[in-house]
Design a protein around this ligand. Structure first.
Ligand SMILES: [Cu+2]
Length: 153
């Protein structure tokens, strides 16, 4: 086998360098953005909207999207709570976006998507549908109210 040409060697080294940059950036992103939504096996129980308190700082929300609203429309939790959202749709595909929390999920009929969000700061976090779903789309909103003095829980 003939020896490598100088330019060939350069190209091979450059390719290796680019590949390792790619590889390490994947590792970095994996450590930094681990909260990727999961897909769960479908079960009818998730079609019943509810908020369940597991303990003082842990909640489960079964969120149901349908034309054109989210249920539950208001979720009251104390500051510092960790909330598991289980999301499904009763009809078409809807979006589920929580402002300031980087949550971006799809509500799909026959599917359950799950993500976990921690609410460290008090405030009102709007949930909006960001997937066009029909004439009432712009009205599809809900909110997470963190540490409201009138909280009922
Ligand atoms: Cu919509």
């Amino acid at each position: 086998m003939a020896a490598l040409d100088k330019s060939e060697r350069k190209v091979i080294l450059l390719t290796g360098a680019v590949l390792s940059i790619f590889f390490f950036s994947m590792l970095y992103a994996r450590g930094k953005y681990t909260d990727v939504p999961e897909c769960l096996p479908y079960d009818k129980v998730y079609e019943e909207p509810k908020v369940t308190k597991l303990d003082e700082k842990t909640y489960q929300v079964y969120a149901v999207a349908k034309m054109w609203q989210f249920e539950p429309a208001e979720i009251y939790i104390p500051t510092g709570s960790e909330v598991d959202f289980f999301l499904t749709s009763k009809d078409v595909v809807h979006g589920f976006n929580i402002n300031d929390k980087g949550v971006n999920m799809m509500a799909v009929y026959g599917n359950i998507n799950k993500t976990t969000v921690k609410f460290d700061k008090p405030g009102v976090y709007k949930i909006t549908c960001h997937e066009y779903c029909g004439t009432g789309h712009q009205n599809m909103q809900a909110q997470v109210i963190v540490n409201d003095p009138l909280a009922k829980n």
